[in-house]
Design a protein around this ligand. Structure first.
Ligand SMILES: [Zn+2]
Length: 301
């Protein structure tokens, strides 16, 4: 009986702790907050490669549904991003660099504790991308990243992966899918690696969202302009009737929508351009048919 009362006490204590920290923000969330309108389970047994900017399919979202994703953290700016999300009871997915997770494990833990999905983005985020590494070296970097992020998160992370710079290879994608990882591209991005004001980023990403009507949005929590504009962006989503969808690992099946006819990759011409400085223009991607270059000199991170 004594054991029972101790475990009861501990149960109460952990409940009290759980209510004390991340939920402090949750308590303020009334109907005015953006919140999460639904949760989509991503099949952890059967991987897929989604995100129309890179793959001819994406998550089957309803009109005005948005999935928020943040890459390249944790960084000094991540705290501000987390606070903005907490204030709106919003949930996002963080594609974390293994090296950064080792440097700031506390921030990874906090991100997980606040209900966000913890996902992977390689260990070293190599400038020349995983595509230009040997397959063995690329796989080692991916796995080292997964191990570092999982450890920092406290033992569990989602089987979600995003290639740095979207520079995948068929072999690496096949390997990840076979292991139950879902590979995420994006449906639109905020171009937050470009030099602009937070207001310019806000206007740009909102105009892109109004055009696509829905989708997986890519931001970088490592970018100060994104941290600065995020509160306004979340307010604007609420005002314009957008609904937030949170993605979590589950037993699926993952809801997938195939791209229409005439689909082309947005990222491949950009990758080709980025990589040509390493390959002297001889990379296989550089010889693929070029889609129209996106506006404002985009390159991807
Ligand atoms: Zn990145």
């Amino acid at each position: 009986m004594k054991r029972f009362s101790i475990s009861k006490k501990f149960g109460f204590l952990s409940l009290a702790l759980a209510l004390a920290s991340p939920a402090a923000a949750r308590a303020d969330c009334g109907p005015e907050a953006l919140g999460v309108s639904r949760v989509i389970e991503i099949d952890r047994a059967h991987g897929a490669a989604v995100g129309l900017q890179t793959y001819p399919r994406t998550l089957d979202l309803n009109d005005h549904e948005v999935v928020l994703t943040f890459d390249d953290g944790p960084a000094d700016t991540t705290e501000r991003v987390l606070s903005a999300l907490a204030k709106e009871c919003a949930r996002a997915t963080f594609f974390i660099i293994g090296q950064n997770a080792e440097n700031m494990p506390g921030m990874v833990k906090r991100t997980a504790a606040e209900g966000h999905s913890i996902a992977h983005h390689s260990y070293s985020h190599p400038a020349k991308t995983l595509r230009l590494m040997s397959e063995a070296a690329a796989k080692a970097d991916i796995d080292k990243g997964i191990a570092a992020v999982t450890k920092a998160a406290g033992g569990t992370a989602a089987p979600f992966f995003r290639f740095p710079g979207f520079a995948d290879t068929p072999e690496l994608v096949a390997d990840l899918l076979a292991r139950g990882y879902t590979v995420f591209g994006s449906d639109l991005w905020a171009s937050d690696w470009s030099q602009m004001t937070p207001k310019a980023e806000l206007d740009l990403v909102l105009s892109r969202l109004e055009k696509t009507g829905k989708g997986i949005v890519l931001f970088h929590d490592s970018q100060s302009i994104t941290a600065q504009m995020l509160p306004d962006f979340l307010r604007e989503l609420k005002k314009r009737g957008y609904k937030l969808v949170h993605i979590v690992p589950g037993d699926g099946p993952t809801p997938i929508a195939e791209a229409g006819p005439g689909w082309t990759s947005t990222t491949e011409p950009i990758i080709a351009k980025t990589l040509s400085k390493y390959t002297g223009g001889k990379d296989k991607a550089a010889t693929q048919p070029q889609a129209p270059a996106p506006a404002n000199g985009d390159h991807t991170h």
